[in-house]
Design a protein around this ligand. Structure first.
Ligand SMILES: [Zn+2]
Ligand SMILES: [Zn+2]
Length: 348
């Protein structure tokens, strides 16, 4: 009797809090373990969406990061500090994230100030390019989750420090000493080497994307397998091999090729999105679903849809056509992840 009561409490659950170039995050739960995958929204917004989805932030056990692009790490340090939980990265991603946040300290004050200015300018240039591309161009200034420390969600610790330095050099030094990269606990994993977080087995795999060491994940818990892969230029054999025998597949369906070609992006940005380390098109996702996907997942979720170069209906129809082309796959439920709100949790 007791056993049954306990089993009734444990369940496998998958919640997409946000998906797209303005922020990505999801919650994977199984047994007694809950993992936040990516923290691309401010801590405050993550917590707000978790409440909407009936997920409790205080029960999270860990944060896993796929790669260091801003739409995946915006709220990371504040959220990790607020909850006091470990962050799992590859070492390369952790270093890239730290570089993004910190000016080097072993330099003269004048050198440091100059570096802050250059980094701020580079970030501005990146933000301009990203805005043209539909990457996150606005930052939630109300992002601070209470007294969680330095707020990395603004991505401008150095810039703020530089401004403060001009006003008051002593205050600036104090700001830097707070260390914007400080986290309660960091754990490293390597692509291709499965590891365990509580009751959830995690298999990270390399994806082709223009970040330092980007990964996708397969999560397995209580006999349920969930695969997550967005931000990839194409689907190489190692990824195809991972996306088998899944109960749930979250797959990128970023852009419609024609919309991207005819759309407003500058040519250089179009090239980047289309490249082998860019993003997966509706057509590429459909090709995978039609030809190589084994059709076993009860749920297929399309994610990371571009707001400038895609339409939800277009992504859906393209994937549906691919699935319908194979009668055996009709049982698959096709869902679309959303940028601006969580979608209903999926339970197993
Ligand atoms: Zn992304
Ligand atoms: Zn990315």
């Amino acid at each position: 009797m007791h056993r049954h009561a306990r089993y009734a409490l444990t369940m496998v659950r998958f919640t997409v809090l946000a998906s797209g170039s303005r922020g990505n995050s999801m919650v994977v739960s199984g047994g007694r373990t809950r993992i936040l995958v990516d923290a691309g929204l401010s801590c405050r917004e993550l917590f707000r969406r978790m409440k909407l989805a009936d997920e409790d932030p205080t029960t999270l056990d860990a944060i896993l990061i796929t790669h260091e692009h801003q739409d995946h790490i915006n709220g990371l340090s504040v959220t990790a500090r607020k909850l006091g939980i470990p962050v799992y990265f590859t070492e390369g991603t952790h270093r890239a994230w730290m570089r993004w946040l910190t000016p080097r300290r072993q330099m003269t004050y004048a050198q440091w100030l100059e570096q802050c200015r250059q980094q701020a300018a580079a970030r501005q240039a990146e933000a301009d390019a990203a805005a043209a591309e539909g990457e996150p161009d606005e930052v939630d200034l109300a992002a601070e989750c209470d007294s969680a420390g330095v707020d990395s969600t603004q991505g401008s610790a150095a810039e703020a420090s530089a401004k403060a330095a001009e006003a008051n050099p002593h205050a600036a030094v104090a700001t830097v000493q707070k260390d914007p990269t400080w986290l309660p606990s960091v754990a490293y994993f390597q692509a291709g080497q499965p590891f365990q977080v509580g009751d959830i087995a995690v298999s990270p795999f390399t994806i082709p994307h223009d970040a330092t060491d980007p990964v996708g994940f397969v999560f397995q818990t209580e006999g349920v397998r969930m695969g997550v892969t967005t931000d990839l230029g194409y689907i190489p054999p190692n990824v195809k091999a991972q996306l088998k025998k899944l109960d749930l597949l979250l797959l990128e369906s970023n852009h419609d090729l024609e919309m991207l070609r005819d759309g407003p992006y500058p040519w250089s940005v179009k090239q980047r999105v289309l490249s082998r380390v860019g993003h997966l098109s509706n057509e590429a996702a459909a090709e995978f679903l039609e030809s190589e996907y084994d059709g076993q997942a009860a749920y297929v979720i399309l994610g990371h849809l571009s707001e400038s170069n895609n339409l939800p209906d277009l992504a859906r129809v393209t994937a549906e056509r691919a699935l319908n082309g194979r009668a055996s796959l009709l049982a698959n439920r096709l869902l679309l992840a959303e940028q601006h709100q969580p979608i209903s949790s999926i339970y197993f």
